[in-house]
Design a protein around this ligand. Structure first.
Ligand code: ADP
Ligand code: MG
Length: 339
């Protein structure tokens, strides 16, 4: 019998990886926004058409790329952010897997214009199905602009599984909101089908929350600030009246990264015991800063799940910090916090 094992082509390997990294337009939005942040941008613009199914364009004023880096950025496992596995224990960037651009380019038509601040000329690259169609010098502003057109044009099964434009746009907005909340000192703009939907000026976290969520939040935010040996906790929790009947207004960020964490969510919810009805959810935007060595961010390709070394201790610190803040604002009697 002949041997039967073959190495997958680069294109197919990228398409398979794309299945994990890019599930919907919102996943590409998240990756592109995070790249802009990692590049040190202070101003980021997101343009979407048809909820990102037709176009996602992210333009930043970050550090830009050299012509060679611009080409390399689309290779799988190509990253400027880590060099060794140890770097994961000190990581401060959003990205590190070097997979996002390769994955996006495997399932969409991509055009990038990029220019470093120290040079006159930029680079334009057009990629389709992992193949570089064009690479040439071009005139462009310092920074990077990436357009992702016709997501999943070459993966009909994926394209057909996309939800309605309304649902996909809600997902895009969720990602935009998370990144914008995590980076209040960065200016963001969002254009949806030619209409400016958000213009967020750089400012405080409180101003960012109000700009995103609405003026009614101005009076309903209680600051949380607590330093412990294990982690620093800061941000805002909502007064009981700002609670909602639906989930979705709960935001945890660990070292600047949005995460979903039912266990830590429970710590916050139990701090509201007796203050809100059982079936309603408190509003919160909470930042947890911990030594990266104690947080494993590499448990899932989208990095929305993390593992903590000491999550029971985090649970009690977090619950106590929220109770303490509510009590200080005379919202709850100061009972049993232990900090
Ligand atoms: P990762 O972010 O995990 O490193 P990506 O595939 O998202 O992987 O990006 C690959 C590399 O391309 C990055 O490490 C970075 O050097 C470069 N890059 C991507 N986007 C930008 C950008 N907007 N500005 C500057 N460099 C970028
Ligand atoms: Mg990235």
């Amino acid at each position: 019998m002949a041997d039967v094992i073959e190495l997958l082509s680069e294109h197919i390997a990228n398409q398979i990886a794309a299945g994990e990294v890019v599930q919907r337009p919102a996943s590409a939005v998240k990756e592109l926004l995070e790249n802009a942040i990692d590049a040190g941008a202070t101003d980021i613009q997101l343009i979407v058409k048809d909820a990102g199914k037709e176009l996602i364009q992210v333009t930043d004023n970050g550090k830009g790329m050299s012509p060679t880096d611009a080409r390399m950025s689309f290779e799988r496992h190509a990253t400027s952010k880590i060099k060794s596995i140890e770097d994961l224990f000190t990581i401060r960037t959003m990205g590190f897997r070097g997979e996002a651009l390769a994955s996006i380019a495997a399932v969409a038509q991509v055009e990038m214009k990029t220019r470093r601040h120290d040079v006159e000329a930029g680079t334009r690259i057009v990629i389709e199905g992992t193949d570089v169609k064009v690479q040439e010098p071009c005139a462009t502003r310092p920074g990077t602009s990436i357009s992702v057109k016709n997501l999943f044009y070459n993966v009909p099964a994926r394209r057909n599984f996309l939800k309605s434009t309304t649902t996909e746009m809600r997902n895009v907005l969720d990602e935009f909101t998370r990144v914008a909340l995590a980076n209040p000192s960065i200016g963001f703009r969002l254009w949806n089908n030619g209409t400016e939907q958000h213009r967020l000026e750089p400012g405080t976290l409180k101003a960012r929350i109000v700009a995103l969520m609405g003026a009614s939040y101005e009076k309903n935010l209680v600051p949380v600030e607590q330093r412990t040996d294990l982690l620093n906790i800061y941000g805002f929790v909502g007064k009981p009246q700002a609670s909602t009947r639906t989930r979705g207004m709960q935001f945890f960020f660990i070292n600047g990264r949005f995460i979903k964490h039912p266990y830590l969510n429970h710590a916050v919810v139990q701090a509201y015991e007796g203050l809100i009805e059982k079936d309603s959810f408190p509003f919160y935007v909470l930042f947890l800063e911990a030594d990266p060595a104690r947080v494993d961010v590499n448990v899932h390709p989208t990095k929305q799940e993390v593992k903590f070394e000491d999550d029971r201790l985090m649970y009690s610190y977090l619950g106590a910090a929220v109770k303490h803040s509510l009590a200080r604002y005379n919202i709850a009697p100061s009972l049993d916090f232990t900090l």
